[in-house]
Design a protein around this ligand. Structure first.
Ligand code: PMP
Length: 364
């Protein structure tokens, strides 16, 4: 098959066609370097410029305040699950608060427990991770090392409407599946991280936005690759960085800034897209059933089930025949999931909801 389909994959996920075309145009020779981005030194002036442009587009979009570093690290968001407690919890004698709202938060907790004392400030598991907590449900420790949240749970399809208040305790956020989907006030965070492969680019690079105060807390004897202080001091080039992935992240960030018009514009579009799909679910008279509580519905990952799993399988198969790929829900939730990240055009959602209506007519 040579045609591009509407791709609802949770990650690696669809990228803007414009970016894919740019990548293609930059192969096999990038600018005047005589080679492709895949082949040039990470110490070259051309790559230094790629890195600088990626960082400055991210800074522009999120209005990152001075006093914060933007890092491009490796090992995925999963390595952040370990790096965060290793840098800010181990050896402090303090407790770290974790908000357990889904599969990824639970994995972060598991890793943190290896490094020190963890207090679960909210546990959404008994309710099937179907909603985010209200502020008054958070049982925060007064003197925690940090509070860890997951702004969007990719598998369950739930998203914090806004960040919780944590007073003087630094807020640390896994924003892997909703990074740059809406304006975000970075000054509220001590550290915010996101694997690129959903909203920002290919797998292989993880963005970390970290305050200077957090960097000052990093133990001096931390392993270099695991030290935010070393990574910041070396401008993300302590070792060979994932150069190609950073280059693509830069293109996606520039697309968001210059073509889409920034985070307010993408947020408005994301709301329209999500509304279209949730309206189709809610308007089906119970044929389609949303997994997330209304006030926690994700703009990025829409999850729903049907009365029986045979119908779900038939819908997924039929959708694929209509050019709508990767709608199967994660095995832990079942049902269906449409990941509708920034790069999913509204036409993809329109095609999906019209197929869902047709399916209900013919199978309902
Ligand atoms: N956190 C969230 C919210 C995720 O969705 C994922 C990946 N699906 C991860 C963490 C893990 O990311 P990685 O595969 O980059 O380690």
């Amino acid at each position: 098959m040579s045609e591009r389909l509407f791709n609802f994959s949770a990650g690696p996920a669809t990228l803007p066609l414009e970016v894919i075309e740019r990548v293609k145009a930059d192969l096999p020779v990038f600018q005047d370097t005589g080679a492709s981005v895949l082949e040039i030194s990470h110490r070259s002036a051309a790559f230094a410029n790629v890195l600088e442009e990626a960082e400055s587009a991210i800074r522009d979009l999120l209005k990152v305040p001075s006093g914060y570093k933007v890092l491009f690290l490796q090992g995925g968001a999963s390595t952040q699950f370990a790096m965060i407690p290793l840098n800010f919890l181990a050896g402090t004698g303090k407790t770290a608060d974790y908000i357990n709202v889904g599969t990824w938060a639970a994995k972060a907790i598991k890793e943190a427990k290896r490094a020190g004392a963890v207090h679960v400030a909210f546990n959404g598991e008994p309710e099937g991770y179907s909603r985010m907590p209200r502020q008054d449900e958070l049982n925060l420790s007064p003197n925690a090392a940090y509070v860890h949240m997951t702004s969007n749970e990719t598998i369950q399809g739930i998203q914090f409407p806004t960040e919780p208040e944590t007073g003087n305790v630094p807020l640390v956020c896994d924003s892997s599946s909703d990074f740059m989907c809406r304006p975000t006030d970075i000054s509220k965070y001590g550290l915010l991280y996101a694997g690129a492969q959903k909203n920002m680019g290919p797998a292989g690079v993880t963005m970390v936005i970290i305050s200077d105060e957090m960097i000052e807390r990093v133990p001096a004897d931390q392993y270099s690759m695991l030290s935010y202080a070393v990574q910041a001091a070396k401008g993300s080039t302590f070792n060979t960085p994932p150069a190609f992935a950073i280059y693509v992240v830069g293109l996606v960030a520039k697309w968001l800034r210059d073509t889409v018009g920034g985070l307010e514009a993408i947020h408005a579009l994301n709301r329209r897209k999500a509304q279209l799909l949730y309206d189709a679910i809610d308007g089906s008279g119970g044929y389609y059933r949303g997994h997330a509580a209304l006030d926690s519905r994700s703009l990025m990952n829409v999850t729903w089930t049907m009365e029986n799993s045979d119908l779900e399988v038939a819908l997924i198969r039929g959708a694929a025949e209509h050019g709508l790929m990767s709608l199967k829900g994660h095995r832990s939730v079942g049902g269906l999931r449409a990941s509708i990240y920034n790069a999913m055009p509204i036409e993809g959602i329109e095609a999906l909801v019209s197929y869902m209506a047709e399916f209900q007519r013919t199978h309902g």
